[in-house]
Design a protein around this ligand. Structure first.
Ligand code: UGB
Length: 626
């Protein structure tokens, strides 16, 4: 014991810690002998920050010593992963919790108004011009997928990027995203005649909840065709939970030697990109744009080329992609905020803050639809395009720290205790909040049917969404892909039957012809126009899958299922009347545990009864007619 005490004294003096600093915490004091200098320094930090309760239950040295040491491993991680350390986190928490208790509005002094931005109409000349510009710029882009969220609202047991975006081909979200990026890379390279780099990088932000399964999904599928070196995974750490307004850290209910943690939010992506050094690597490789996107929007890449075209044509430092928003929909509203002191910003106001802000500033009905049937505030779909140069300059100032918020659920109106622990959070779309007024911040509004149909809600919650409002379920996400492809083909003159209404998992959805194409078949409206000719028609019960860059559809009349796969160097023309029993949607009960989760969450499966399938594996030119 004497030698332990001696070595503790030495460690303390090495650390410059004097006096009886741990005397008020006898259980910790007794254990100092088993701790390293680094662990003692962390213990001192915790005591200085009022966290003595973390040691109250510590037994004598010799009992649970390994657990005590791993407690400090966790504290060390929490300290290292937060900009300016755990002490700063607790200080920020106290400040934000005090503001929340006082009912302080983060938008105090700001008046909201409807901003103006670039509003695009799919398929017109302007849209085509931006699409072409966007494809051209793509070889100067890096993509960042934020995929650290567990998807509690969705209630799916796997990672969300592994879910099929549609069940006709069974392509999962990650595969679809990677194939879209690769197709853009190739198209851009062709358009710029290889003047720029040929590998468009993809960074994926994961978390402890998603990291290993994301890596496994990539590795077991040969990175879906991307070079492994093209993909970088950046893991975000969770932050400590807080038990009260004094910022006392919450002890994990399952393990008294652990602090309870929860995700900090998608805003972590900026600090991670900065601290990983990736931004500089991209800068040195001559890249100009960073595109951020979310994990489950199967329509997203319909909007990317035109949105990137807007960024480059308007020289936007920040461009947020938006869609018309229904009042009360769980997507933030893009809002112009003007402060009495002259400050002005165009920023996302999150869905839970928009209504109180509007009510407090003279909009008596709060978050309500206007005469268009939509909220006047465009809906943020969290697809951001940042110009790399000004982005790096800004992060050099902030280190990537994003303004945080706290959302405690109080037990009663005294606001002194919480129903359950809370934590600080941050959102990636809050990045522009620290930008100077000179920054060029804009947004681009796209048709919703074209650009946005995320999969976020479980079937039960989705079924409760009032009719006519988007329910963001696996069912509606899949149906939106068929609708978007059908509407695009209608726009080039294909006669597509009207959809029928069907109910799956208690949700009424429009069922259009199941038309799916791979990104290498078409990325832009111009691609679609070039590959469809003559007079074509597709019946509602039909399925069509187009997979191959040079597949041309001419004078096709489809009533059944048609699947076309072809290699790159083949030119395949398909037409004529195609009729067969086709592929049929069959009801599946969400509660039927014998059916795989991926299928029952959408409420139907596809029975592939009969199809005309063409697999063209050799170079050359060929025409098919049944
Ligand atoms: N995500 C992370 O990577 N890490 C985290 O810690 C948390 C999430 P949600 P949310 O487009 O519909 C956002 O939970 O946050 C990833 C916008 O804030 O799906 O409720 C996660 O994996 C909102 O303004 O969404 O709402 C996923 O890819 C609106 O745009 C992404 O972050 C809304 O999305 C979003 O996480 C929307």
């Amino acid at each position: 014991m004497a030698s332990e005490l001696g070595s503790t004294t030495e460690k303390l003096s090495q650390l410059g810690i004097n006096g009886d600093w741990a005397a008020s915490t006898p259980n910790l004091q007794k254990n100092l002998g088993i701790l390293s200098s680094h662990q003692i320094a962390l213990a001192k930090l915790l005591l200085d920050m009022g966290q003595t309760h973390l040691f109250e239950h510590w037994p004598e040295p010799g009992i649970d010593d390994e657990e005590k040491k791993s407690f400090f491993d966790q504290v060390s991680r929490l300290n290292a992963s937060y900009p300016r350390g755990l002490g700063a986190y607790i200080q920020n928490a106290r400040r934000l919790l005090a503001d929340s208790k006082a009912g302080k509005n983060p938008f105090d002094g700001f008046t909201p108004s409807v901003p103006s931005g670039e509003v695009l109409k799919f398929g017109d000349d302007n849209f085509a011009k931006f699409e072409e510009a966007g494809v051209r710029e793509s070889c100067k882009a890096a993509f960042v997928l934020v995929a650290g969220g567990l998807g509690e609202r969705l209630g799916y047991n796997g990672i969300k990027v592994a879910l099929p975006s549609e069940s006709t081909t069974g392509t999962c979200f990650l595969q679809h995203y990677i194939e879209s990026i690769l197709a853009l890379q190739e198209a851009s390279c062709k358009l710029t005649e290889g003047q720029s780099q040929t590998e468009v990088p993809l960074a994926i932000m994961t978390s402890d909840d998603t990291h290993s399964r994301t890596l496994e999904l990539l590795e077991s599928n040969a990175y879906f065709g991307m070079k492994p070196s093209q993909v970088k995974l950046l893991k975000q750490e969770k932050v400590a939970c807080l038990d009260d307004n004094d910022g006392r850290l919450a002890v994990d209910a399952k393990n008294k030697y652990r602090i309870q943690t929860k995700p900090h939010g998608h805003g972590d992506v900026h600090a991670l990109l900065y601290s990983s050094g990736l931004l500089n690597v991209w800068h040195d490789a001559g890249l100009k744009w960073v595109l951020f996107f979310q994990d489950t929007n199967g329509l997203l890449f319909n909007a990317i080329p035109a949105a990137l075209g807007v960024s480059s044509s308007k020289q936007y430092h920040v461009n947020s992609l938006a869609v018309p928003r229904k009042a009360k929909e769980s997507i933030g509203g893009i809002t112009k905020l003007t402060h009495a002191d002259g400050r002005m910003m165009v920023i996302n106001v999150e869905y839970n803050q928009l209504d109180p802000l509007l009510r407090a500033t003279g909009y008596a009905d709060g978050d309500a639809n206007c005469e268009t049937g939509y909220s006047p505030f465009p809906g943020n779909i969290n697809q951001l395009i940042l110009e790399l140069d000004p982005y790096i300059k800004e992060l050099k100032k902030t280190g990537g720290a994003i303004e945080e918020f706290v959302n405690p659920k109080y037990k009663d109106s005294s606001k002194t205790s919480f129903k359950s622990s809370t934590r600080l959070e941050c959102m990636m779309q809050d990045y522009p909040k620290t930008l100077p007024p000179s920054a060029r911040v804009g947004f681009t509004v796209m048709d919703k049917w074209l650009a946005y149909a995320p999969v976020k809600n479980n079937p039960e919650d989705a079924a409760r969404v009032p009719k006519g409002n988007p329910n963001h379920s696996a069912t509606s996400g899949e149906m939106a892909i068929y609708r978007a492809h059908s509407l695009i083909l209608r726009k080039v003159g294909v006669q597509i039957d009207d959809p029928v209404l069907q109910v799956f998992n208690g949700q009424e959805v429009e069922v259009w012809s199941r038309i799916v194409w791979k990104p290498k078949w078409a990325l832009t409206f111009a691609d679609v126009k070039n590959k469809i000719g003559g007079s074509c028609s597709i019946s509602q019960r039909s399925t069509m899958v187009l997979n191959g860059p040079n597949v041309f559809i001419e004078d096709l009349s489809l009533d059944g299922a048609l699947i076309v796969n072809s290699v790159e160097d083949a030119e395949v023309k398909v037409g004529g009347p195609v009729q067969n029993k086709g592929w049929v949607l069959e009801q599946v009960d969400y509660k039927d545990a014998s059916v795989p989760e991926e299928i029952r969450t959408r409420g139907f499966k596809i029975n592939k009864i009969e199809q005309w399938e063409l697999n063209y594996t050799k170079p050359g030119s060929v025409s098919f007619k049944p």
